[in-house]
Write a protein that binds this ligand. Structure first.
Ligand SMILES: CC(C)(COP(=O)(O)OP(=O)(O)OC[C@H]1O[C@@H](n2cnc3c(N)ncnc32)[C@H](O)[C@@H]1OP(=O)(O)O)[C@@H](O)C(=O)NCCC(=O)NCCS
Length: 167
């Protein structure tokens, strides 16, 4: 099996939507991806290919902080692996590639909403430890971040994803 992680092209979009919908077994997250594309709001669009076939996708889009913080802040969502290919390391490979990209391009912050038992392995920690909260609701430790810039923990910051995530 040859796994390749690369940036998506416009031609990949129909395949990406199918994968996102299959991964989540519903259309909501694919609709978000579509809205992000329409809003030209994807900072990094990654796909995973196995033997030339797209089987995974991961989008990174700008988030805003209030009060503002210096440097680019990004959210990683949604992350999708086609069901038949899950648990074979594809999600991890995409996430690690995306984190490297954020770090090397000088992002200050990367946030994610998901299972701490999965995302902690990539260096994410609960955002509450850095005094940051998601604007939509309190999800406990599920709202996580990687702080690339040793940001100050005061004042408390509220993080908002792109409008595409808010219905
Ligand atoms: C979550 C997802 C992206 C992970 O990608 P993947 O390629 O299947 O995962 P990997 O092979 O890199 O990693 C496998 C590990 O992730 C764990 N894992 C997978 N999905 C998980 C979840 N939803 N919660 C917690 N752990 C999860 C597995 O138990 C496994 O753990 P182990 O390494 O300790 O055995 C993929 O399973 C998926 O698309 N799921 C459906 C959509 C979804 O829930 N996306 C994330 C929303 S935040």
């Amino acid at each position: 099996m040859k796994l390749t992680i690369r940036e998506a092209t416009d031609e990949d979009r129909p395949a990406i939507l199918k994968i996102v919908e299959a991964a989540f077994a519903q259309a909501d997250e694919a609709a978000i991806v579509k809205k992000l594309w329409e809003g030209d709001a994807v900072s990094l669009d990654l796909v995973a290919e196995v033997d030339g076939e797209i089987v995974g996708h991961c989008a990174f889009s700008p988030v805003t902080a209030d009060p503002a913080l210096g440097g680019a802040a990004l959210g990683m969502a949604p992350v999708s692996v086609f069901p038949a290919h899950q648990n074979t390391g594809i999600g991890s490979a995409m996430i690690e590639t995306g984190i490297d990209y954020c770090r090397t391009r000088g992002a200050s912050l990367l946030v994610v909403l998901g299972e701490p038992s999965y995302y902690s392995r990539f260096g994410f920690e609960p955002a509450s430890r850095r005094n940051m909260r998601w604007d939509a609701m309190d999800t406990g430790d599920a709202f996580q971040l990687i702080d690339f810039a040793a940001l100050t923990a005061t004042p408390q910051r509220t993080i908002r994803y792109h409008d595409a995530f808010y219905g």
